[in-house]
Design a protein around this ligand. Structure first.
Ligand code: AMP
Length: 189
């Protein structure tokens, strides 16, 4: 089974490229952001805990995330593979992912790192705010999320490199071109 991590800053297109891989290869996708937003919408206990963090652009504590992840992953074991969109976001989460996969005889197949310049990221997120109305897509919270990304998540690139699973893709103005490159890369695994 393929276990693909889609990695990048807020607004780097993780959702878009995940959707393209789901369409092409029939993978299941775990978007931790979507899972959390669904919990908030349903008014669950977890939803109440995580809302404040999301609205502030902060990460949800690792222990909550790791529990959520294993539960969702186990419901997807029948499929051809899983895309992790928005997880891991810290070194602790990355190690937990590695352990969780190992316990099931699996491993990270590849990490797709999306490199996009910061001005393009900001422009996309402000545009998305108008379309989707996400509470955390306003300029102030976006700036906080960038900071959180560079402090807590970006250092993971080195971790993925050491694991030998990192593959880099740089956005040069054409989303379809990157989709093609990513699909070719995944098809060659
Ligand atoms: P996303 O939809 O991936 O941009 O996630 C939106 C928000 O959900 C983030 O800003 C965090 O507050 C929270 N979140 C999503 N995934 C994680 C994660 N793996 N660890 C901690 N917080 C997360």
């Amino acid at each position: 089974m393929d276990n693909i991590v889609i990695f990048g800053a807020p607004g780097s297109g993780k959702g878009t490229y995940s959707a393209a891989l789901v369409k092409e290869f029939g993978y299941n996708r775990i978007s931790t952001g979507d899972v959390l937003r669904a919990e908030i919408k349903a008014g669950t206990k977890l939803g109440k805990i995580v809302k404040g963090y999301i609205d502030q652009g902060q990460l949800i504590p690792d222990e909550h995330m790791i529990d959520i992840l294993a539960g969702v992953y186990d419901s997807m074991l029948d499929g051809p593979g899983v895309i992790f969109d928005g997880f891991p976001r810290t070194i602790v989460q990355a190690k937990a992912l590695k352990d969780m996969l190992q316990e099931r005889g699996e491993k990270i197949t590849i990490t797709i790192n999306l490199n996009v310049s910061e001005d393009v990221l900001m422009e996309r997120l402000l545009r998305r705010a108008k379309i989707e109305g996400r509470a955390d897509d306003n300029e102030e919270t976006i700036k906080k999320r960038f900071k959180v990304y560079y402090n807590q998540t970006y250092p993971l690139i080195e971790w993925f490199k050491n694991e030998g699973v990192l593959s880099e893709f740089t956005f040069k103005g054409d989303t379809n071109l990157i989709i093609k490159e990513i699909i070719e890369k995944v098809a060659s695994l």
